[in-house]
Design a protein around this ligand. Structure first.
Ligand code: 6PG
Ligand code: NI
Length: 191
């Protein structure tokens, strides 16, 4: 038997319902409301009005019981609600994995996008049910709901990767995803 600093969890069966966007058994669930997204939307006044008003749930992240520990491989399902703030589609905070490790997303429901930024280059992947989006090490990533129904995806990532949210606040994400007459467009990241 190999030796581990933290004991791995036992092998487990996790039921995955793509249509309902659930994992069972379930681990921790994270809910992010508008007030949790300070400094991310270009239109700060529109963000403040929404955060101080109804303060809606923008997205939630349901995890399996596999822990975020080195050498484990946790999974989670993110569901982003449809909506815009100051013309910008609702989105996740976005982060960099400080240990620079890769991650995969699998689209489950709705219409979304995977925005990636390495500090210089921006990449965008249209996400839909059945699409795998691959995030290479060193690319910050943010998910965006560009449709009018909830957008859900499964994420699988190394448990020791960590989450650096400050990197995105400092460097931005290269582009913003703006609602237009015919869907969405990517614009420069002006603050
Ligand atoms: C991860 C995944 C993913 C992400 C959520 C919420 O590394 O765990 O990228 O599960 O955390 O989609 O996005 P934020 O972490 O940017 O809020
Ligand atoms: Ni990630």
């Amino acid at each position: 038997m190999p030796e581990f600093a933290a004991q791995p969890v036992p092998p487990m069966r996790i039921a995955f319902d793509a249509a309902a966007a659930t994992l069972s058994p379930e681990g921790p669930t994270l809910t992010r409301r508008m007030s949790d997204l300070e400094g991310l939307f270009a239109d700060h006044d529109a963000w403040r009005d929404a955060a101080e008003g109804e303060n809606p749930v923008v997205y939630s992240v349901v995890s399996s019981p596999v822990p975020e520990e080195d050498r484990e491989l946790p999974q989670s399902i993110t569901t982003i609600q449809p909506g815009t703030t100051g013309g910008e589609f609702w989105m996740t905070k976005g982060h960099q994995h400080p240990n620079h490790q890769g991650e995969i997303y699998l689209g489950l429901h709705g219409a979304g996008g995977l925005l990636m930024f390495d500090g210089e280059r921006t990449e965008w992947i249209d996400m839909a049910p059945g699409v795998i989006g691959y995030i290479p090490p060193g690319w910050a990533h943010r998910s965006v709901n560009v449709g009018d129904e909830p957008y859900s995806f499964l994420a699988v990532y190394p448990g020791g990767a960590g989450h650096d949210y400050g990197w995105v606040l400092e460097h931005g994400m290269g582009h913003r995803v703006i609602a237009g007459d015919s869907g969405f467009s990517l614009t420069d990241y002006t603050r």
